[in-house]
Design a protein around this ligand. Structure first.
Ligand SMILES: Cc1ncc(COP(=O)(O)O)c(C=O)c1O
Length: 304
């Protein structure tokens, strides 16, 4: 008899193909072979000097609480609110952001924050491998909608057809893993209008989770529009793992769009810290939190 809970058995089953490839395929022995391993997106280059310097610099305790429990370090969150505000052109307040152990933890908090067991979440295929397992772990039903073949554009008609009275969350990943597709402002506005109409129709607000860990990895001067600037009921998950070539250091955040009406935004952001705690202390380590404001000091070598 399998004593594992049904929701975690489902989560494990949906993760099995990736884990099987990771652990048992001919590529499983990564060793010294010249393999660019994109299974989990590990770095293929040495860690950035700026990050290493920041960690060294902040590792020395400055008071006796230095390595104490740290939820979301005030200075770091204030720094981020300002930076994110500038990047996305949105007036973030520090309380709109909770620091997380990478995008994984941010996504998990977002799912638990707005869904109840039995709710449905829509995401687009091909998709990052962990949306479905994480939704399963939260007892949320996955509704998968194919991106348009070839262009990987959002298929609005198919998304609309997948919406039911139980739909609570739509996950958009831009720039998109695995295709690299970046959704432009017009496509996102059309999606936003449709979600607004669908929310009115079903009588239930549909939230959008904008999973943006590749936001700063763009080439050819491509623009980026965050869904948070076109659809007020958007939560952003972000990870520094990609840009800093350091996914194992687990640093990211969840942020609520400042455009969200105050009556909706306040309870959500008020639940950020309790959600991160009750889901298993989803905050990054104290040390990684302290490295964030040092970005100013180590700017030249922090990112390229
Ligand atoms: C689309 C997407 N979302 C979220 C994550 C999780 O990022 P992290 O491991 O930095 O939490 C990844 C990692 O590969 C990803 O590709």
């Amino acid at each position: 008899m399998n004593l594992v809970s049904r929701r975690l058995a489902r989560a494990s089953a949906s993760l099995a193909p990736v884990l099987d490839f990771y652990l048992n395929s001919p590529y499983a022995d990564r060793g010294d072979r010249e393999i660019c391993d994109f299974t989990f997106g590990n770095p293929h280059e040495m860690a950035l000097e700026g990050l290493v310097n920041a960690i060294r610099h902040r590792a020395v305790p400055e008071d006796r609480n230095w390595y104490g429990y740290r939820t979301s370090d005030e200075e770091s969150v204030a720094f981020l609110a300002e930076r994110l505000g500038r990047d996305l052109g949105l007036p973030f307040e520090p309380v709109d952001i909770v620091l997380t152990a990478g995008a994984f933890a941010a996504i998990s908090i977002a799912i638990h924050l707005v869904t109840d067991p039995g709710d449905e979440a829509i995401f687009f295929e091909p998709a990052w491998f962990c949306y479905e397992p994480m939704l399963n772990a939260a007892n949320v039903v996955s509704r998968k909608v194919a991106l348009k073949p070839g262009s990987f554009d959002l298929d609005l008609a198919a998304i609309e057809a997948a919406i039911t009275s139980k739909t609570r969350l739509v996950i958009v990943n831009t720039p998109h893993n695995p295709t690299g597709r970046i959704y432009d402002a017009d496509a996102l506005r059309e999606l936003a209008d449709m979600l607004d109409r669908a929310s009115a129709r079903t009588g239930r607000r549909i939230f959008l989770l904008s999973d943006e860990p590749y936001r700063r990895l763009r080439f050819d001067n491509r623009d980026f529009t965050s869904p948070a600037s076109v659809y007020p009921w958007t939560l952003i998950s972000y990870s520094y793992g990609k840009i800093l070539l350091a996914p194992g250091q687990r640093l990211g955040y969840l942020a609520a769009s400042p455009l969200m009406p105050a009556a909706d935004r306040e309870p959500l952001r008020g639940a950020f810290v309790p959600a991160a705690m009750t889901l298993g202390w989803c905050f990054p380590s104290a040390l990684m939190q302290y490295t964030i404001p040092t970005w100013k000091t180590f700017r030249s070598t922090w990112t390229r």
